[in-house]
Design a protein around this ligand. Sequence first.
Ligand SMILES: [Zn+2]
Length: 169
Amino acid sequence: MKSVWDVGCANSLYHRALWSRRSVEQRETFQYMRRAIEEGRKAIPKCGDNPPVGCIIVRNGAIVAEGHTNAPGQPHAEAMALSQLRGVTEDDAVFVTLEPCAFDGRTPSCAKALIESGIRSIYVGILDPDPRNNGKGIEKLRSSGMSVEIGVLSDEISAELDCFLGKAP
Ligand SMILES: [Zn+2]
C-alpha cells in the first residue's frame, strides 16, 4: 500500500518541519507576551492614569530584563527593562504590551531608546491610540530596520489596557 509519504515526500516533510517550527515559535511568542502582561500588572496603582504597560527582553530563551510603567515622570516599562540589560546580542527580542512611545514627554521616547539600544527584534501587543503615538512609534522602529510584529495577544491586552488608553496628559 502506498502511503502519502511516497508521493511528494521530500516536499511535504519540508513543509511539515517548517510548520511545526513556526507553531513552536508562535507558542513561545504567546508565552513571552503573557509574561509581559503579568509584568504590566505590577504597575498598578503607581502608574496613575498612565497605562500599566509590561515589557520583557528575551535572550536565548531566557528572560533577561523586565519592566513596567512607573509613577508619572518615572521610567516607562521599556526604559526600565533596558536599564537592566547588560550588552545586546543579535538574539535579543523585546515583548511589550503597548506600542513604544514616539515622543519625548515627561520621559524620553521609548522607541528612540529601543533603537539606540541596538535591539533588532520587537513584538508589540497593541497600538497606542494617543495621537502623539498611534503608529508613529512603530514607524520609527521599522524605519530603523528593526523587525516589528504587532498584534500578539491583542485581545487580552486590549481588555486590560483599554480603560487607560488615550487618558494620560
Ligand atoms: Zn515610553
